[in-house]
Design a protein around this ligand. Structure first.
Ligand code: PMT
Length: 401
């Protein structure tokens, strides 16, 4: 299984005093799950919103709050920051952002931020008026120029029943960006297009032929590719949250996906077909709704074009072409046949009849097959872990050229 780049990293999680402080608990949990050693620091204000005991219970070591009389070290103002591989501040209030910009080291978190050479990920959260205030805009812009990674807040519900820009970014997004900051940037400058989800082929104005693909595996591949520095386009039939930094092209039918993927193949270096494309579609789609009273309709099907095989036939030497094989029997033999016939560099074979594998699950188990390398088996793992193994193989193929 491929570990997260956060595994084994010492991550300081700074929590400042805003209503979104409760979400720091979820961020902390995800960091620990990724294998990071998490050192939480809370400001005094943060402790009005969540209890230090809660964070201590979930973190790798107890929460630190004090600059003076700190029980863990006599010199906390430098020790914590010097030992960090990464510092995340979530949520970051307007006050903490201003202090950081000024180097105003009045508490343990601010001392840690200026006594470190580790990368810093700052996740602002505040009311819209504050987020849009010129002083905050200016402070954020200055920190960004200094190389601080800013995770933009989202639009949504805020404290006091207000709605607007300023809600803390989703914990999953914050983790993705943290992984990107500490992980290898081995796809920098590489353009990757990934298809995701199942196509829907119209029968009439309201009915479609569809399949069970949720798009999760394709989105995980896109998320991993962007984390490794790639410029990523997702050609998607589903409405999952867009991974930060990824451009999404929404499509529905096999014909729309074919058009988008063929166009993308022209200016992308790596092409990954994770989508479940319908193999058959109705010859004629009725323009209105077929009425039940008219009897059971006879729907004549025709084969859809094989998008991947078409791209394979016109593949450039510098392309890396990745397909999937969804099988219920003879996994490796069937996948090998597709690998050769569609002129692929890599095929990801999943036995979708196995428990926890394939369609709609959060997990997958796959065999990676290449024309010139031994098969690699990835036992049941999260789709993100599977994506990491796929991108590792893509990097390996590019490096071998
Ligand atoms: O989306 P999830 O819920 O996360 O599920 C993930 C998944 C099961 C959809 C994914 O892991 C997967 O297996 N995707 C490929 C599904 C599929 O269509 O497999 P296939 O063996 O029928 O097709 C082989 C390859 O040809 C695939 O890369 C497919 O995208 C491509 N194809 C198929 C038919 C067609 N008309 N055009 C194509 O390009």
């Amino acid at each position: 299984m491929s570990a997260s780049p956060l595994a084994g990293k010492r991550v300081v999680l700074g929590v400042t005093g805003g209503i979104a402080a409760y979400k720091a608990i979820e961020i902390l949990r995800r960091l620990v799950d990724a294998g990071a050693h998490v050192v939480p620091i809370m400001t005094d204000a943060a402790q009005h919103f969540v209890g230090a005991t809660t964070l201590s219970a979930l973190a790798s070591e107890p929460v630190q709050t004090k600059l003076w009389n700190n029980p863990t070290t006599a010199i906390p103002h430098t020790k914590v920051g010097q030992g960090a591989d990464l510092i995340i501040v979530a949520p970051a209030t307007a006050k903490s952002i201003a202090a950081y910009r000024m180097g105003y080291s009045h508490d343990l978190l601010q001392n840690t931020l200026i006594a470190t050479r580790a990368p810093v990920v700052l996740c602002p959260a505040m009311h819209t008026e504050m987020w849009e205030h010129p002083s905050v805009v200016d402070n954020v812009a200055t920190l960004r120029k200094r190389g601080v990674q800013i995770v933009e807040p989202e639009y949504g519900r805020l404290a006091g029943g207000d709605t607007g820009a300023g809600r803390l970014a989703d914990p999953a997004t914050i983790l993705d960006i943290a992984e990107r900051v500490v992980g290898p940037a081995d796809l920098t400058g590489v353009r990757v297009v990934v298809s995701a989800g199942g196509t829907r082929e119209p029968i009439d104005a309201v009915r479609v032929i569809a399949n069970r693909s949720s798009g999760k595996q394709g989105y995980a591949v896109a998320t991993e590719a962007v984390a490794r520095g790639a410029e990523v386009t997702l050609v998607s039939t589903v409405g999952l949250p867009t991974p930060a930094g990824v451009q999404v092209i929404a499509v529905e039918s096999a014909a729309e996906m074919q058009e988008a993927m063929e166009r993308a193949a022209i200016n992308h270096d790596v092409i990954v077909m994770a989508a479940a494309v319908a193999d058959f579609r109705p010859v004629h789609a009725a323009s209105g709704k077929i009425k039940k009273g008219d009897g059971v309709p006879e729907i004549v099907l025709q084969q859809t074009p094989d998008i991947l095989a078409g791209i394979g036939a016109r593949k450039r030497n510098d392309h890396v072409l990745v397909g999937f094989a969804a099988e219920t029997a003879n996994l490796v033999d069937n996948a090998k046949e597709k690998l050769e016939r569609k002129r692929l560099d890599l095929i990801v074979a999943n036995d979708v009849s196995a428990s926890g594998v394939g369609f709609a699950h959060d997990t997958n188990a796959v065999t990676l097959l290449r024309p010139d390398a031994k098969p690699v088996e990835i036992d049941l793992a999260t789709k993100r872990e599977v994506a990491r193994a796929i991108i590792n193989a893509v990097v390996d193929i590019r490096n071998a050229r």
